[in-house]
Structure formats: structure tokens, C-alpha cells
Write a new protein. Sequence first.
Length: 177
Amino acid sequence: MRRSLDLLYAASGAFAALCLAAIFVLMLAQALGREFGLLIRGADDLTAWLCAASAFFALAHTFRDGELVRVGLLIDGLQGRTRAAFELFALGITAAFVGYMLWAVSQYMLEGVRSNYVTQGLLVVPEWVPQLSFLLGALIFFTALLDEIVVVVRGGKPSYRLAEESRRARGDFSDTV
């Protein structure tokens, strides 16, 4: 199970990176196309959708790597059971918010499917298609949060803490800047 979850988080991060690369390619193609009188219709729509996809698919990977903003200022000064209790509280609150977000987005998407909502712009597609990246990215992030809750309940160190400790052991203190 651990290997599968780690693969899911890594794949999600890799997909976010691919979305960023696709944004680069689209923007470069638009810039070059203008020089030759070519117009890439719908590139703005695609860029916006890729931007959202890159943000949401990066959440779980960034979180587990210790790069997502957390309440470390408060928790880092604590030890033992007190730290674990605060860690669980913070993870629980975050999981509750993300869980609610998943529910709300899924309800909105279902309403869009039932009502045949389509995107506004040059590319007209069912609205749920670009929104799917939001839902899937948030679902993977929610899974990562639940994963970390299980780790802390079992008495282990969460992955983001291990990643921070590893960086500091290598002499990388960039996260404190």
C-alpha cells in the first residue's frame, strides 16, 4: 500500500510538472505564431485549464515534501505526545476543509453534468472536463492528508517532517528563508 500511495503522489507531482511544461510550450507557440501571422485558437483557454491542473495536482506531492505552507512555527517547537496531538489537530482540520471542498466541488460538477454546462471561451467543452483536474488533485491531496494522519496516529513521523529533516541534514536550510 505504501508503494502505491507514494507512486500516486509522485505521479501527481509529475503530471503537475507536465502541465507547466505544456503551458510553456503553448505560450511559446503563441509568441512565435504571432511573428508568422498564425493564431492558436483556444490557447488561452488551454493555458488557464493547465494552470489550474498544475496547481491542484501539485498539492499532495508538495505537501508530503514539506514545501507546502503549514503551521510549523507552532508545532516545530513541540515534542513527543504534545507535538503529535497538535499535528493530528492541524491535519484533521485540514482534512475536514479539503473533504468539504471535495464534496462541494463534486456537487457542483454533478449539477453541471445534469444541466449540460459548457465552458465559455473559444473552446467549448463540457464544464466538468477542465474541473476534473480540480477534483482529482484535491482527492489526491485529501488522500495524502489521511495518509499522514494514519502515520501520526501510529506514532511515526509524517513525511513532510522527514523531508525537512533530510534537507537540514544535507545542510539545506532554504525552507527557513
